[in-house]
Design a protein around this ligand. Structure first.
Ligand SMILES: [Fe+2]
Length: 388
């Protein structure tokens, strides 16, 4: 076996009430004046105050201007607040956007050049101030990955900064923090987590460690997402989703994600489509194109999803994985086609050009896709999956 590196957040707390650990971690990391990075909604629904109450008398500041798919200007603004307030650490409370904002701002705060210098892989020169991540959605896995995804509004593209210096020092994954997520967010972020598990399992960089995390996360999400979706107070389902999302994050943070995420980028960048929704729309068609390269692994995914595969040929069993995901997406009311959004068929060509440039992800895919194949996937997603 080739040498492989596994990396994650340095410490991970999980379980109901885990936010009680925050004050201890703040003290351990010698944060005397942390900056809390979040958004106005998290403040409005009371999650921020709930977490801050545990900080006792520690002084802290807040940056609440996080926006979905944060623009580069948001990181600039966060850096300014961090420096002006003499802060010495970050506590991110929110979905992937808040955590990505804090991750990028932590390394950017001590850098004098342009934030664009960091776009790509391993271009960040040094670690920044310590960072504690507390997710409020079960989906992105950002609390344990070394990636921050930002929006380049000028280029209408999402851009990734990948560096081990972005790995949070502590992740605190407490299910009660996700109880206020609206139903459509629970659905989209839950499917995003599922796609992380599936793409990590199908990645050319998969390892026994990432395989175990990926398959287990797929099983847990298939079991608990419909329950968490239909009743946000089902804390057991929320807890399983929060832990599964974390595990899928650990899997893809090391094995990488592939063509689903690469093709989803232009949908987020050009059409501001929610990340989980764009992934869900593309997933069955990418799985179909990938199928010849990963029949056995797709059968494993079908089994992990709880599909019945005994007595089936390998090909039929692989199809069950695609069918199972199509059914799950319909169950949590994810739209069925790109047509339902403000996208024209004539946009697909440009989207194909944009997606084909996302080498960082496409190289992880079990099949190397041609531009023609990428275009065909978009066309199929435009028409949409059959409703089951
Ligand atoms: Fe994702």
């Amino acid at each position: 076996m080739n040498q492989q590196l596994f990396k994650s957040a340095y410490k991970i707390w999980t379980g109901a009430g885990a936010t009680a650990q925050l004050k201890h971690e703040v003290a351990r990391l010698q944060m005397n004046n942390p900056l809390i990075v979040s958004d106005a909604i998290i403040k409005q629904i009371g999650l921020l105050d709930e977490v801050c109450a545990s900080l006792d008398e520690a002084s802290f500041g807040t940056f609440l201007d996080v926006e979905p798919e944060p623009a580069f200007s948001v990181i600039e603004a966060c850096k300014k607040v961090f420096l002006a307030g003499g802060h010495d650490g970050f506590i991110a409370i929110g979905g992937g956007s808040a955590i990505d904002t804090a991750k990028a701002a932590s390394v950017y705060a001590s850098y004098e050049g342009s934030l664009h210098d960091f776009v790509g892989t391993d271009l960040v020169p040094q670690k920044g101030a310590p960072l504690i991540a507390i997710p409020t959605t079960a989906g992105t896995g950002s609390e344990v990955t070394n990636i921050a995804i930002l929006s380049d509004k000028d280029a209408q593209l999402k851009k990734g900064i990948a560096s081990d210096y972005l790995l949070p020092d502590v992740a605190i994954v407490a299910p009660e923090m996700t109880r206020t997520a609206p139903q459509h967010v629970t659905a989209a972020s839950g499917i995003d987590a599922m796609v992380h598990g599936i793409e990590a399992y199908l990645s050319v960089n998969a390892s026994p460690i990432t395989d175990a995390l990926a398959l287990q996360s797929i099983t847990m999400i298939a079991r608990s997402l419909p329950k968490a979706y239909s009743n946000s107070h089902q804390l057991a389902a929320r807890e399983e989703m929060a832990t599964a999302s974390l595990m899928a994050g650990m899997a893809f943070g090391n094995a990488g994600v592939g063509a689903v995420h690469a093709l989803a980028y232009p949908l987020g960048g050009r059409f501001q489509m929610a990340h989980g929704v764009s992934n869900a729309l593309l997933l069955p068609f990418v799985m179909e194109v990938n199928k010849p390269a990963c029949l056995e692994r797709l059968k494993d995914i079908a089994d992990a999803l709880g599909e019945q595969t005994s007595g089936l040929s390998l090909n039929e069993a692989a199809d069950r994985a695609i069918m199972g995901m199509t059914r799950l997406c319909a169950q949590v009311k994810i739209p069925a086609s790109l047509k339902e959004f403000d996208i024209k068929e004539s946009d697909l060509k440009e989207m194909t050009e944009d997606a084909s440039k996302i080498e960082r992800l496409l190289k992880n895919n079990p099949r190397q896709l041609t531009k023609a194949e990428i275009y065909e996937i978009y066309q199929a997603a435009y028409v949409g999956r059959a409703q089951q």
